[in-house]
Design a protein around this ligand. Structure first.
Ligand SMILES: [Zn+2]
Length: 87
């Protein structure tokens, strides 16, 4: 999910205009490179896939604008992830 939203783990979007934390339109461009393995009969399958996602715009569903959308830490996530890294 983080790959698709452009967020780092432990962060989330927040609209400073209305306080929205949960409803956003996230517009992305995705570039996918696939290694197609095709047999002699012409049947193919994908052996490898690399995806590159670029977030173009994040818009608050409530305000209808992305002007005040910011990235903030998820409460408690910082301590939880640093604790699990040490294990
Ligand atoms: Zn908003």
């Amino acid at each position: 999910m983080h790959e698709l939203t452009g967020l780092e783990p432990g962060t989330r979007f927040r609209c400073a205009g209305c306080g929205n934390l949960t409803r956003f339109d996230i517009e992305t461009t995705e570039r996918v490179r696939r290694f197609w393995h095709v047999d002699l009969a012409g049947e193919g399958r994908i052996d490898e896939e690399e995806r590159e996602v670029t977030v173009e715009a994040v818009t608050c569903r409530w305000c209808g604008t992305g002007a005040r959308v910011e990235v903030v830490d998820v409460p408690g996530a910082g301590t939880a992830s640093s604790a699990s890294e040490r294990v």
